[in-house]
Structures are given as structure tokens and as C-alpha cells.
Design a protein around this ligand. Structure first.
Ligand code: ZN
Length: 261
């Protein structure tokens, strides 16, 4: 499946599902996580001076909850995240259906639940009827259904990531021409969550399709972002300066990449 086919399909599915709540240009809703306070950052589309800029901040959702109230700007991290996504996609072999650790676990759990369900059903129908055993069997059947659904979701996700990877040869151009909705689809399909560590000024991206993580230096990205804004104001040079602070951290047998976007 190509990106276009996949994206068209997703849009169709979404328009069928619900009218959808629009939240401006918020790309990382429910993806950025405050490490210290252990909850998601709240997104805000800013007005006036910072028009069309999006900020994510650590806000308490109740009076009892602790929140550091620190924040992060979307335009400071978007380039680095896109660049790291390119990097990790390039290094991940999606054609090899080799199971990740999580998939192995899931498959083992499915096999075990299937065996148990079969045994319970056989027992129930060959021995005297037992209401408690019947209830336990029903519970097991439900669990099995959930697990199979989870496996189906994972394989749909793999198709999505494959569609995204088909665009990797001209990544900057591809990413740059996406609409906000397409970017949201892409980011939510590829990113599991992003740990934001305000004390160390780092963000760590966890992907859906790889055990590798990407570490982003937030201080460095802030500087890069300011440079980009200055450069575009001067309009003298539109060469991208992205990605110098993002680094894919090897895990699960990957070699550290030498390629920077
Ligand atoms: Zn916090």
C-alpha cells in the first residue's frame, strides 16, 4: 500500500466514523508525557503574538495532582521528530516480518489462551455442567477476542508504517507537503509516546514499529528553531537546518546511524 492509498483510506474511515473534533494544528495531542509528573501534557493553540504556534504544558487535571507547569513549543521539536522518524524508518527492515519482543509476547499469550479455552470447553461439554466453569470459559473467550483484535491492530499498524516508509527517498519534500491532518495520521501511527524530561531538557521518542528510541536535545532544538526563524526572516537561505540535535538511540540490534537528514 502506498502512502496516498493509505491516507485516502484513513480519511474515508474517519469521515464515516464521526465529524471529528478539530483542534487546530495540534500534532502531538496525547503523545507528549511529563516524566516527572507522569501525565500527558496539555496542548494550547496560542493567540496574538504567538498566533499559530502550539504550546504543550504540564497542567494539573485536578487540584490534588502535582504538575510542574513547564512547557514545550511544537515548532521547536517538529523538525527533530520528523528527522528522527526518517532515520529510524530507514534503519528498520519492515519487509522482514520478524516478531518484535512485544509481538512475540502477544502471540505466546494468544496461543496459551487458545489452549486453555479449548481445554475448558472440552471439559465443560464432556463432564457434568458447571455454571462457574461456564462463566470462566466465557471470560476466557472474551479475553481471546481482545487479544486477537490487538493482533489485528498491530498488523494494520505495520501496513501504515510501510506506507510511510515508501516515501522515505524524498522525506523532506514528502513531510513538508503534508496537510495538518495527514501529519497527525502519520505521527499517531508511528509514535507510541514521547517522554519529556524538563529537568534534563530532553525528549525521548518511542516508536510503534521499532524498539529503538530517539533522543532529542530540547535546548539545542530551541536554538535551531530560532536560527530557522531568523533565516526565514532574512529570506536569504531556505536550506533546512533540522535534525542536528536529534539522535536515534540504538536498541534491539540496530547499529547507530551515521546519516543525518
Ligand atoms: Zn510536569
Amino acid at each position: 500500500m502506498t502512502w496516498d492509498e493509505w491516507s485516502d483510506f484513513q480519511k474515508l474511515e474517519r469521515s464515516k466514523a464521526h465529524s471529528g473534533e478539530r483542534s487546530g494544528d495540534v500534532l502531538y495531542a496525547k503523545l507528549l508525557w511529563c516524566c516527572e509528573d507522569k501525565h500527558y501534557l496539555t496542548s494550547k493553540a496560542c493567540q496574538q503574538k504567538f498566533k499559530d504556534k502550539v504550546k504543550y504544558s504540564c497542567e494539573p487535571s485536578s487540584s490534588k495532582q502535582h504538575a510542574c507547569r513547564k512547557s514545550i513549543w511544537q515548532h521547536h521539536i517538529e523538525n527533530a521528530i520528523s528527522s528522527c522518524l526518517h532515520d529510524v524508518l530507514e534503519r528498520t527492515d519492515l519487509s522482514d516480518p520478524g516478531e518484535t519482543a512485544a509481538e512475540q509476547q502477544l502471540n505466546a499469550l494468544i496461543a496459551k489462551t487458545e489452549r486453555e479455552t479449548k481445554n475448558m470447553r472440552d471439559n465443560l461439554y464432556t463432564h457434568a455442567w458447571d455454571e462457574a466453569a461456564k462463566q470462566e470459559l466465557d471470560k476466557h473467550d472474551e479475553d481471546l477476542e481482545d487479544l486477537l483484535e490487538r493482533r489485528a491492530e498491530r498488523s494494520a499498524l505495520r501496513a501504515t508504517v510501510t506506507a510511510v516508509k515508501s516515501q522515505i527517498h524524498a522525506w523532506g519534500e514528502f513531510y513538508g507537503t503534508l496537510t495538518v491532518d495527514e501529519k497527525k495520521l502519520l505521527l499517531h501511527a508511528t509514535i507510541q509516546w514521547i517522554d519529556v524530561d524538563f529537568a534534563r531538557e530532553t525528549a525521548t521518542v518511542h516508536w510503534t514499529f521499532s524498539e529503538a528510541t530517539a533522543k532529542i536535545d530540547l535546548k539545542c532544538e530551541r536554538t535551531q528553531s530560532r536560527k530557522r526563524i531568523l533565516t526565514s526572516q532574512q529570506a536569504s537561505n531556505d536550506e533546512p537546518v533540522a535534525g542536528e540535535c536529534g539522535q536515534v538511540v540504538a536498541a534491539g540490534g540496530f547499529e547507530p546511524s551515521t546519516l543525518r537528514v
